[in-house]
Design a protein. Structure first.
Length: 478
C-alpha cells in the first residue's frame, strides 16, 4: 500500500518503530485508516537527540559543496518520484491531486536544490582594522528542532531541513500528528541521497512530543510552523533556554482590490487566496477589501466562479476542492460559518456544508465581525467595502497579524505605495500566494519571526563568530 511507511520514525539513519500510543493516519476524504504508527516515547526521543548531537559536528566539518551535493541529489530523487509522492501527499492531507502534483513536493524539491546550490557560497566577512584585522565565520547552530503544521507537511519539512542542513546543522523534525507520512519519506530520500545517519531524523507524535523535544538542552533552535497560539507557547519555552527561533504562524491577511483593477484577475486572485487547498493556507487573503464602485460586480463574479469549483474525491484529477483535513477541523470551520450566518453578516454564496466538506463561502461583514478578525483556516472569504486608499490601508493593518497582503490596481505608484504601507512580511502586487524559493517568506507582528527560503533563511540557521587578528605587538599599560 502506497501510504504505509517503513516504520513510525526515522532515527540514526534507519526506520524505527515507536513505543508510544498508536497514531492512526486517516485519509480525510473518507476517514479510512491509511497507516497506523506508534508515537515516539522516551527511548526514541533520547536515541534521536543523541544521534543528532553525535552526527552534527562531523556534518558541519564537511566541505559545504559536499553537503550541497547531497541536498541536490535529494531534489533529483523527489522529482524522479513526483507522482508517487503527490499521491501520498493527497492521501495524507486530502488536498486535490491536481494541487499536490504542482505545489507540495515540487516546492520542497526547489528548496533542496536552492540551498544545495547555496551551501558552498556561504562565506564570512573580512574587516580591515588598520594593521590588525578581523574576520567573521558563519557557523552552524547545532541541533535544530523543526515542528510542522498539517497543511503543507512535505513542503514544510523541506523548507526547514534544506537551509538547516546546508548550513551544517542536524535537524530533528516533528511533523503534525495529522499528517506524519511525508516527512518520513523525506528522511528516506535524504538517506538515499547520501545524508549521514543522525543528520535528519523524524519523530512522530503530538504536542507533548514537541514540548518534550523543545525542553531538551541539546536543542539549539526551534523552527515552528503552526498557529499563533502554539507559537506563543513555543516561543516562550525557547526563550527560557535562550534558543534561536523561527516562527511561521497564522494570520488574517488583507487583499485590497481598487476599482481600476483587472476585475477577472482580481476575482481569480481572491479565489486562489481563499479556496486553494480548501482554504487551508497560512497566507490566505481572507479579508478582501473591495472599492465601493466595483463591489457588487466583484461579488457577482466571485460567487459565479466559486460556484464552478469542482468538489470531490481529491484523488480524482477533476477535483479542485478537497475535504478539510479532519472531522475535527471541519467542525471548527463549520462552526465559524454558522456563527457568521447567525451574526447577520450577508452570505453571498456557500454555507456550512456537511461531512468533511465546506463549500467556497463568501460573506460581506464589517471589520469587527469575527469573520473578519479570526483565522478560520477553511474556504471562507470575508469581503469588506472601502472608499479611499488611506482608509483601506488603515483597516488592513488594524489586526495584530502580518503574514501577507495583496493589492490589485493598474496604478503603479499606488501599488508600490500600498505595498510599502502594508504591515506584512510578504506583499503581492497583482498576484497572490506565490511563494517561490528565491524570495524570503515569513511574517511580522504576531504572524511570526524570521524568514524561510532565499538567502535570508541561512541567517536563521547560523550564528556569526568574530575573530580579531592582532598583527603587531601588544600595547599593555604595564
Ligand atoms: N506561516 C507559515 O508559513 C504557515 C504555514 C502553514 C501553516 N501555518 C499555520 O499553522 C496553523 C495550522 O496548523 P496546525 O493546526 O497544525 O497548528 P498547531 O499550532 O495546532 O500545530 C502545529 C505543530 O505544533 C505542535 N505543537 C502544538 N502545541 C505544541 C507545544 N506546546 N509545544 C511543541 N509543539 C506543539 C503540533 O503537534 C504541530 O506539529 C494555522 O494557524 C496556519 O496559519 C503557518
Ligand atoms: C507557505 N505557504 C504559503 C506555501 C503555505 C502556507 O500555509
Amino acid at each position: 500500500m502506497i501510504a504505509q511507511p517503513m516504520a513510525s520514525h526515522w532515527i540514526d539513519g534507519r526506520a524505527v518503530e515507536g513505543t508510544g500510543p498508536a497514531l492512526e493516519v486517516r485519509f480525510p476524504y473518507d476517514a479510512s485508516v491509511i497507516a497506523t504508527l506508534n508515537e515516539a516515547a522516551a527511548p526514541q526521543i533520547e536515541a534521536a537527540l543523541a544521534a543528532a548531537a553525535r552526527a552534527q559536528p562531523e556534518w558541519a566539518a564537511r566541505r559545504p559543496v559536499e553537503r550541497g551535493r547531497i541536498l541536490t541529489e535529494a531534489a533529483r530523487l523527489i522529482r524522479a518520484r513526483a507522482e508517487e509522492l503527490a499521491q501520498l501527499e493527497t492521501l495524507d492531507t486530502g488536498k486535490p491531486i491536481q494541487e499536490t502534483r504542482v505545489a507540495d513536493w515540487p516546492s520542497g524539491a526547489d528548496a533542496l536544490e536552492f540551498f544545495g546550490g547555496l551551501a558552498a557560497a556561504i562565506t564570512g566577512q573580512h574587516i580591515p582594522l588598520g594593521t590588525d584585522w578581523a574576520y567573521t565565520r558563519r557557523e552552524a547552530l547545532g541541533v535544530c528542532l523543526g515542528i510542522g503544521a498539517w497543511n503543507y507537511p512535505s513542503q514544510i519539512a523541506c523548507w526547514k531541513a534544506a537551509p538547516a542542513l546546508a548550513m551544517g546543522n542536524a535537524m530533528v523534525f516533528k511533523p503534525s500528528e495529522e499528517t506524519p507520512l511525508g516527512a518520513l519519506k523525506l528522511a528516506e530520500i535524504l538517506a538515499e541521497a547520501g545524508l549521514p545517519p543522525g543528520v535528519f531524523q523524524v519523530l512522530n507524535g503530538g504536542r507533548d512530543l514537541g514540548a518534550a523535544l523543545l525542553g531538551d538542552p541539546r536543542i539549539a533552535k526551534v523552527s515552528l510552523t503552526g498557529s499563533v497560539e502554539t507559537g506563543r507557547k513555543v516561543y516562550a519555552e525557547a526563550a527560557s533556554g535562550m534558543r534561536h527561533v523561527t516562527m511561521e504562524l497564522g494570520g488574517k491577511s488583507p487583499l485590497i482590490v481598487f476599482d481600476d483593477a483587472d476585475l477577472e484577475d482580481a476575482v481569480g486572485a481572491a479565489i486562489l487566496a481563499n479556496f486553494y487547498s480548501t482554504g487551508q493556507v497560512c497566507s490566505n487573503g481572507t479579508r478582501v477589501f473591495v472599492q465601493e464602485g466595483i463591489a457588487e460586480r466583484f461579488l457577482d463574479r466571485l460567487a459565479a466562479r466559486a460556484g464552478e469549483l469542482v468538489a470531490g474525491d481529491p484523488r480524482d484529477e477533476a477535483t479542485q476542492l478537497g475535504p478539510l483535513v479532519s472531522a475535527g477541523h471541519a467542525a471548527k470551520v463549520r462552526a465559524a460559518v454558522n456563527a457568521g450566518i447567525a451574526s447577520g453578516a450577508r452570505l453571498v454564496c456557500g454555507g456550512p456544508g456537511d461531512g468533511p466538506f465546506v463549500p467556497p463561502t463568501v460573506f460581506v461583514a464589517d471589520d469587527a465581525n469575527p469573520l473578519a478578525t479570526s483565522e478560520i483556516f477553511g474556504p471562507v472569504l470575508t469581503a469588506l467595502t472601502f472608499t479611499t486608499e488611506e482608509e483601506a490601508l488603515a483597516r488592513a493593518n488594524a489586526l495584530p497579524f502580518g503574514l501577507a497582503a495583496g493589492v490589485f490596481t493598474r496604478d503603479l505608484a499606488r501599488a508600490h505605495r500600498v505595498a510599502a504601507g502594508f504591515e506584512a512580511g510578504t506583499v503581492w502586487i497583482n498576484a497572490y500566494n506565490l511563494t517561490p524559493v528565491e524570495m524570503p517568506f515569513g511574517g511580522v507582528k504576531q504572524s511570526g519571526i524570521g524568514r524561510e527560503n532565499a538567502a535570508a533563511a541561512i541567517e536563521h540557521y547560523s550564528q556569526v563568530k568574530t575573530v580579531y587578528v592582532g598583527m603587531g605587538g601588544v600595547e599593555a599599560p604595564v
